[in-house]
Design a protein. Structure first.
Length: 259
């Protein structure tokens, strides 16, 4: 965990918010928000380490925490799902701990309700199926089970975009006061979403290359594809291509591509 702590990066803007909150008397609010974010990310990190995922860096921003992994794409779906929901589980555990401490009069009611207010907000925000929030990672697992990898990335992008549009329309129709924090959060998410769309070809080719150079003995399900259509390549499947009356293994097709 000490090695992980060295990989934690606070965004300059978040550091600025902490400084401003200290001057404005809202330091305890920001500290409570930061505490919940860290607990949420600790849930992800612990589960990642259990599955021996390689954590590259942990970014703490105004929009929450985001973990970057230096690892392969084609991980088992169960691992991905557990890592994705572990942040929510950590928040649930945090609520139980705080509730117990409050009942034991170790922490006061105002601190208990303040931390839980931010915890609930982060919980509901992360449930949204918008990339790169945790809800989108859960959706991504479902999409990868149901459809080819490249198509799942495009579907994830369009679902995220649709949800953002619906939220913006709701805000405009309800005449909700638009605060600076909303603009910052949506700007950050849209920037990430644009990056996802641009990275789809790279991510797809990276998956194909990983499947070419690595052997996955734990994969025991199959995907049969008519013709040499790599866009129908599925994750966690052994892909076979039916060409000219014969089946060809994915390795033989990928060998032609990368050699």
């Amino acid at each position: 965990m000490i090695a992980i702590c060295r990989k934690v990066k606070l965004s300059p803007f978040f550091l600025l918010i902490i400084f401003i909150s200290f001057l404005s008397g809202l330091f305890y609010d920001v500290l409570s928000f930061l505490f919940v974010i860290i607990m949420h990310e600790i849930g992800h990190i612990i589960t990642s380490l259990i599955f021996k995922w390689k954590v590259k860096r942990v970014d703490i921003t105004l929009c929450g925490g985001f973990i970057t992994y230096d690892d392969v794409i084609d991980k088992p779906f169960k691992e991905e799902l557990l890592v994705s929901i572990s942040g929510f589980l950590a928040q649930g555990l945090l609520f139980i701990i705080l509730f117990t401490l409050n009942k034991a009069y170790i922490i006061d009611a105002s601190s208990f309700f303040m931390i839980n207010k931010y915890s609930l907000a982060i919980f509901l925000f992360n449930l949204l199926p918008i990339y790169p929030l945790d809800g989108s990672k859960i959706l991504s697992v479902i999409l990868n089970v149901l459809m080819p990898y490249k198509r799942s990335l495009k579907c994830l992008f369009y679902v995220s975009l649709l949800i953002i549009i619906l939220i913006v329309i709701t805000i405009l129709l309800k005449d909700v006061k638009i605060e600076a924090s909303y603009v910052i959060i949506f700007s950050f998410i849209i920037k990430k979403l644009i990056s996802l769309y641009k990275d789809i070809p790279h991510l797809f080719n990276r998956l194909l290359f990983e499947r070419y150079i690595y052997y996955y003995p734990d994969i025991n399900k199959y995907n049969y594809i008519k013709g040499n259509n790599l866009s129908l390549f599925k994750r966690r499947r052994k892909n076979y291509f039916y060409i000219n009356g014969h089946y060809h293994s994915e390795r033989s097709i990928l060998k032609e591509r990368f050699d």
